[in-house]
Design a protein around this ligand. Sequence first.
Ligand code: SAM
Length: 278
Amino acid sequence: MEPALYIVATPIGNLNDITLRAVEILKTVDYVICEDTRHSKKLLNFFGINKKTTSLHQHNEKNKTDEIVNLCQKGKSIAYISDAGTPAISDPGAFLVNSFHDAKLRVIPIPGVSAVIAAFSVAGLTDHHFQFYGFLPNSKKKAHDYLLKIYKSNIATVIYESPNRVMSTLSEIINIFGEEHIVIIARELTKIFESIKKASAKELVDFYKENKIQTKGEFVLIITQSNSYIDMDEEIILRALKFTLKDLSLSQSVKLVSSIYNINKKEVYNLALRLKNE
Ligand code: SAM
């Protein structure tokens, strides 16, 4: 087998989603490196792959990489798998891959499932453009800033979300995009309790309030394109707000400035808040 790093996609729930080629590669390579050896053992056992494994995860990726590069330089073939889906997609692997590029060694993708692609394929967005953000930052303020960036980008955006944050992220989407904004939620993809919901952010919040059990599991959110954002020079809006805030209340200023420039009230409100907090 050709000495190389094989980046192998594995299922995100349903084990039948592995490809024939992935199984063949995992059976044939000299080494299988896993994000978590105990986790991947189940998958490898299921396919009768009995191989010595070692781990490479976000905390040891930098230390372990040299060792793996050396193995390949000595003619060994190596497969890397993350816990689920495609490595290096909101998962470890990118550092390892890059080190192989630097060492002029071959990197071979073994494509398969990724939650981002599975979710987008059932979103029904006829304008095919989208961007992928992965996980929003943990800090509330940074997550807000990211969502604002997404709003301004005017591009449908796929994000990964954890179950304990899905409600607060939906509320933040309402704050920035408005409660009528359409969001697609793909939950527990390929698993028994899979559900795909396409509705306004408000309808989704109401649904999850009524069905708390459905806030458990794994989530992909697709925030549809914002359309309403008009890319205007922030400086102009800030200058107008500074002027109006001298005589008017915050809400009056926001109303006036947003109607003069014909831009989204939430956007102007955020700028007005920024001015107030300065
Ligand atoms: N590398 C993986 C991929 O290619 O999709 C993603 C790994 S990331 C650490 C895990 C996140 O992916 C989850 O928190 C969730 O947002 C999303 N995800 C993974 N499996 C999923 C599933 N079965 N249904 C919905 N989302 C899933």
